[in-house]
Design a protein around this ligand. Sequence first.
Ligand SMILES: O=C(O)CCC(=O)C(=O)O
Ligand SMILES: [Fe+2]
Length: 348
Amino acid sequence: MTDTSTSTSTSTKYTNRAIPRISLRDFDARIDTITASLLSAAETSGFFTLVDHGIPTSAIEAQFALSESFFSQLDALKSQVPFSPATNTGWERGAQIRPSTGLPDQKESFQMQHRMPEGSWPSESAIPGFRERTLGFMRMAQGVSERLMVCFARGLGFPDDYFVRAHDVRRDGAQTVLRLLKYFALDPETPTPEGYHRAGAHADWDFVTLLFQRPGQGGLEICPGREAFTEFGLGDTWTAVEPVEGEIVCNIGDLLMSWSDDRFKSTFHRVKTPTNPATDYYGTRYSMAYFNQPNIDCEIQGPLKKYPMVTGSEFTKAAMKRNYEALQATKAAMVDDANKNLAVAAAS
Ligand SMILES: O=C(O)CCC(=O)C(=O)O
Ligand SMILES: [Fe+2]
């Protein structure tokens, strides 16, 4: 499938890659087999999907229904729980700008930690049960994440509970979040405006991300190979990851890449901007991402000590700084381009 649309300046190349599908059935009895499959996926594409993970499909759909209730509230209510960079929680719309595009993702999101002050949650009267049910869902996602952490610890020669202790969501200084996402519907009859992005290409900063998609609401695409880093994945070869009911799509983040001395790959991915009515999904798209972030005081260093030891809070700060600097560079290049175009226009 090649996107020949004219409404985006880069034409996208696609290739079919098999995304490993890993079953967590009989986890304790099959842990060696599961570990081998996870390590192989982590060392190659950095992406895999999980089945038999123990989170019922009905629980995933119930959480999507809560997400829809949240986003359908009036802005006046959502803005009572605004995004706070200090805690990395809350509601925002059209605010996240990826260094790959220099322009905001066209979406809204609501991000939550396991432990947040009362006022950070939508009120009980606005969405009854939201807080308790969402926390229940987050505990299930944490349970799945911890099983992956045990396998990755074994693969790297650390004690089984090594990564689990570094991502303890019951402690002060936990940074793990669940992000509910809503991408806006577009009109297939109207060409998608230049510069419109659902989610620009990026790699995640976290340890491992668990992504829940809704069947029929596709758009996630991956671009394995860290060589894509120089261009933030632009112009490279992409593979669509179709949503399948009940499956969890997982990707390695920059933290686990660094903690494994670059053995495990943090892969570029994006949510495709619909440009081709014959192939792309134009409707409202909901997804949910569970980002496993390190406790602020944990110490991060791979077994080969390729990188200096940093704490969880230092790692997050450095990731934010790198992102900010890359974004400034993109914006400066965009201004440069605009000025060059103006000069060309003036001279002609
Ligand atoms: O919505 C999606 O499918 C992907 C979201 C994502 O990659 C992110 O928020 O980091
Ligand atoms: Fe992501």
